[in-house]
Design a protein around this ligand. Structure first.
Ligand code: AHG
Ligand code: MN
Ligand code: MN
Length: 341
C-alpha cells in the first residue's frame, strides 16, 4: 500500500483544499449559513498566496541586491510590508460581507462599507509579522482575526473603531500563515484548529494538519532572554523553574513562527513586560487575540500576565499587551508563578 504525502494517497482519498474544508465545516456546524463567510476566508487565502509569492521572490531580489546595489534590501523589506498590507486590503475590501478593515500598517481602521447590512464583518490583521527577519531569510507570516460588527446602527462619526474594539472572546475566526520552509495556513472558527499547506504546484492550500492539539507539556520556552533583567520578578522566577526542569530555549523573533513551533511541539512563548515596553510589545487585536484563540482551541491557553488574554477589553486599536501562550502544563505553572503567586 502506498503511503506518504497527500499526493501519494490521491487515489484512496482526494485532496481537501482549504476552500472545500471551510464549506464542509459550514455545512456541518452552520447549515443555514449563506456561504459568504467562506467567500470572505477565500479573500485571505488569495491575499496570502500573493504575499507568499512576493516573499519568495524577495529572497532572490535580496541576493541580487547584495551583489549590485546598496540599500536594496532595506527598500525591498519596506515594500513587502506595504505590499502585504495592500494585498489584504484589496482582496478583503472587495468582499461584500466586509465592512471594516484594521491593519497594523494603518493608523486608523478603514471603513469599506459603512452602512451596508450585508457588511457583517470587521477584520483586523498584521500583514507581515516578523518583517525584520525577511532580509536574513527567516520565516515571517500574516496574522488575522475576524469579528462580527455590533448590530447597533453606525453613527455618522463612526470611523469603524467601535467595530474592532471588542474583546478576543467575540472573535468568529482567527488564523495565521507562516511563510517558512513551506507556506502553511492555520485557522480556527471555534471548531478546532486546522492547518493547510500551500501546494505550489497547484496553487492551493491543502489540508495537512487536521485538528491540531498542542502537547500537554513541551520541552521549549521561547522568549527574548536579552531583556530578562527587565522582566517583572515573577517572570524571572518562572523561567528559572523551567530551566531547572531542563527546558531548552528557542527564539526566532517572528511571533507566527515561534508560536507555530509552540503549537506543534508544545512549550511556552512569552513576550513579558520589559523596560522598553512596560505594557508588552505585541498588539492585542491582531497579534495576541488571534494567537490566543488558536491556542485555546488547540487545548492550550494564553495569558496577559494577570488573566486570560481574550477577556481584555481593548481601548485602542494598536493597544499592546504582554503575551504568554502555551500548553496546559506550562500555563498552569505560569498561573501559579505569576498570575497568583
Ligand atoms: P512586526 O514585524 O509585525 O512588527 O512584529 C514583530 C514582533 C513579533 O513578530 C516578534 O515576536 C517580536 O516582534 C520580536 O520582538 P523582539 O525583537 O523585541 O524580541
Ligand atoms: Mn507582528
Ligand atoms: Mn507586522
Amino acid at each position: 500500500m502506498v503511503q506518504g504525502g497527500y499526493g501519494e494517497k490521491f487515489s484512496d482519498r482526494p485532496i481537501m483544499t482549504a476552500q472545500q474544508y471551510f464549506l464542509e465545516q459550514q455545512r456541518q456546524h452552520f447549515p443555514d449559513a449563506s456561504g459568504e463567510f467562506s467567500w470572505l476566508l477565500s479573500g485571505i487565502t488569495l491575499a496570502t498566496k500573493m504575499i507568499q509569492a512576493k516573499v519568495r521572490r524577495a529572497g532572490l531580489v535580496d541576493i541580487l541586491g547584495e551583489q549590485g546595489a546598496v540599500n536594496v534590501q532595506g527598500e525591498e523589506q519596506q515594500k513587502l510590508d506595504v505590499y502585504a498590507n495592500r494585498a489584504l486590503l484589496h482582496c478583503l475590501g472587495v468582499r461584500d460581507s466586509v465592512g471594516v478593515l484594521a491593519s497594523e500598517e494603518n493608523e486608523e481602521p478603514i471603513t469599506v462599507r459603512s452602512r451596508s447590512a450585508n457588511a457583517k464583518y470587521a477584520i483586523v490583521f498584521d500583514p507581515l509579522d516578523g518583517s525584520s527577519n525577511i532580509d536574513v531569510n527567516v520565516s515571517v507570516g500574516t496574522i488575522f482575526s475576524i469579528l462580527r460588527r455590533p448590530e447597533s446602527a453606525p453613527t455618522a462619526a463612526d470611523d469603524g473603531t467601535s467595530d474592532v474594539l471588542q474583546p478576543g472572546t467575540t472573535q468568529v475566526a482567527a488564523g495565521y500563515v507562516v511563510y517558512g520552509s513551506s507556506t502553511i495556513l492555520v485557522y480556527t472558527t471555534g471548531q478546532g484548529v486546522h492547518g493547510f499547506t500551500l501546494d505550489p504546484s497547484v496553487g492551493a492550500y491543502v489540508l495537512s494538519h487536521e485538528n491540531i492539539r498542542i502537547p500537554e507539556r513541551g520541552k521549549y520556552y521561547s522568549v527574548n532572554e536579552a531583556y530578562q533583567d527587565g522582566f517583572p520578578p515573577g517572570y524571572r522566577d518562572y523561567l528559572d523553574r523551567l530551566r531547572r526542569k531542563h527546558y531548552s530555549s528557542r527564539y526566532i523573533g517572528s511571533l507566527v513562527a515561534d508560536f507555530h513551533r509552540t503549537l506543534l511541539r508544545g512549550g511556552v512563548f512569552l513576550y513579558p513586560p520589559t523596560v522598553d515596553h512596560p505594557t508588552g510589545k505585541l498588539r492585542l487585536l491582531y497579534e495576541a487575540n488571534p494567537i490566543a484563540f488558536i491556542a485555546e482551541q488547540a487545548g492550550g491557553s494564553a495569558s496577559n500576565g494577570t488573566g486570560r488574554v481574550m477577556e481584555s477589553v481593548p481601548s485602542s486599536i494598536h493597544q499592546r499587551t504582554p503575551l504568554i501562550v502555551g500548553g496546559r502544563a506550562e500555563m498552569e505553572e505560569f498561573a501559579r508563578c505569576v498570575e497568583a503567586p
